[in-house]
Design a protein around this ligand. Structure first.
Ligand SMILES: *[C@@H]1O[C@H](CO)[C@@H](O)[C@H](O)[C@H]1NC(C)=O
Ligand SMILES: *[C@@H]1O[C@H](CO)[C@@H](O)[C@H](O)[C@H]1NC(C)=O
Length: 416
């Protein structure tokens, strides 16, 4: 018992030391640029490296849907809306499809919310099919490659698998008609049927102005060691437990609910954003999907993200050195989270904080309006530019067909 309390005192004391350092750091506002290719890639300018043609679709595929439910503008899936707006006035846009490198179809498949704001993916496959049917019959470009030089924004939980439950998403698989297209999606997990090779993983949308308005003076020390707000169990959807977050969130709660270094709860306080700025580590465990807006919030607020989601593929992983910024903990190691985090040397923590303080890191996580150099829009364009030129093999021979328009669940084939 005595040993145990000494252990606690030592832990709390080392956390205190960290705060002093963090305090010093923030006063000096030290930042560190990521050396080597990663930093350079993050600051790339896509203008002049690609041309994008934006298909003009009837407003029932985009604007009308949004008019019906403006909540979609603030939802974590809103990237599909802002990317559309961004591209319309972007210098990479071309009005001449003959000179386009990429074709973009502005279809808002995630803007169908329940009264409580939960997104319903059930109409999405039919809507997407209908949009592809329309572009392929009104323009010659889809048939030329069957979508291989087209990209789509699909920000649902499991991307173009269009279901929020993993087993159902896996069973559906990626909508067959998108098999050759490039998918820009929030979902990222290695060796998963819902992430195909060549997809671009992006951050979820988090409202930039709102986060900005909650910034606290950088001189305020980080007095919270570990911070988390969110569900540990999802009793409604997973009454027996074990499926939700593959048990990782439950393990966080059961092991650390009484640990003074852990400020964790299901209650979402109004000071949530401020609290993250006063924390050294912010837990980013998987939920139903491996990703959540916490990751973006942690980076914006300079709180070291502790990523607990085995095999996660993080946003813009080819440009952002996530291993240097965050801490990765295997789902099975959650019971040792306290030891893992308290044994990270102070210099390592300080370096991660300096990297997080780098403005280009934060910029890449946001979809601001108006757009700014280096933001998530630009990172998506950089990702598309890096895939050019297209391989000759993407252009089909005359009469060649690869896609099967009748593949997939019967219900998806009904008109939208
Ligand atoms: C593209 O191919 C489909 C058949 O696969 C055809 O119905 C359609 O008319 C073609 N589009 C154009 C613009 O020729
Ligand atoms: C297309 O898919 C349907 C449904 O899976 C299947 O019955 C049909 O044989 C496929 N057609 C071709 C040409 O592979």
């Amino acid at each position: 018992m005595k040993n145990l309390s000494w252990g606690f005192i030592l832990l709390v004391f080392s956390a205190f030391l960290l705060n002093i350092d963090a305090f010093e750091l923030r006063k000096g506002q030290k930042t560190e640029r990521i050396s080597g290719s990663a930093g350079d890639v993050l600051e790339d300018d896509p203008v002049g490296r690609l041309k994008v043609f934006v298909y003009e679709l009837p407003s029932k595929y985009n604007k009308k849907i949004l008019q019906k439910d403006p909540r979609c503008l603030n939802h974590m899936f809103a990237a599909e809306i802002y990317m559309h707006r961004f591209l319309l006035s972007s210098p990479v846009r071309t009005l001449n499809p003959e000179e386009a490198d990429w074709f973009y179809t502005p279809v808002y498949t995630t803007c169908d919310l329940t009264p409580n704001g939960l997104p319903l993916p059930f109409k999405s496959p039919r809507m997407m099919r209908s949009a592809i049917q329309l572009i392929s019959s009104n323009w010659p470009y889809w048939n030329r490659t069957e979508g291989a030089d087209h990209f789509f924004i699909v920000p649902h939980d499991f991307g173009a698998c269009f279901h929020y439950q993993e087993e159902k998403a896996i069973e559906r698989g990626i909508l067959h008609l998108l098999q050759r297209a490039t998918l820009v999606q929030t979902f990222g997990q290695r060796n998963h049927v819902c992430l195909k090779e060549g997809s671009i993983t992006v951050p979820p949308y988090a409202p930039p102005q709102k986060m900005q308005s909650h910034l606290i003076p950088p001189s305020i020390p980080r007095s919270i060691f570990v911070y988390f707000r969110g569900l540990f169990y999802d009793v409604g959807n997973d009454p027996e437990g074990g499926y939700y977050a593959r048990g990782a969130r439950a393990a966080v709660w059961e092991n650390f609910k009484d640990n003074p270094l852990f400020d964790i709860s299901t209650e979402h306080p109004t000071t949530y954003y401020e609290d993250m700025q006063r924390a050294v580590f912010c837990l980013c465990p998987l939920g139903w999907a491996p990703w959540s807006p916490r990751l973006v919030e942690a980076v914006i607020f300079g709180c070291i993200p502790v990523i607990i989601a085995d095999d996660i593929v993080l946003p813009f992983a080819d440009a952002i050195p996530w291993e240097d910024i965050g801490v990765f903990v295997d789902e099975k190691d959650v019971p040792n989270l306290d030891t893992i985090l308290t044994s990270i040397p102070t210099e390592v923590i300080l370096r991660k904080q300096r990297l997080l303080a780098n403005p280009s890191m934060k910029q890449a996580m946001l979809f601001p309006h108006p757009a700014q150099p280096g933001d998530a829009f630009h990172q998506i364009l950089n990702g598309l530019a890096r895939k050019l030129p297209h391989d000759k093999s993407v252009y089909l021979r005359k009469g060649e067909k690869i896609l099967n328009w009748t593949a997939g669940p019967l219900a998806d084939l009904k008109p939208w």
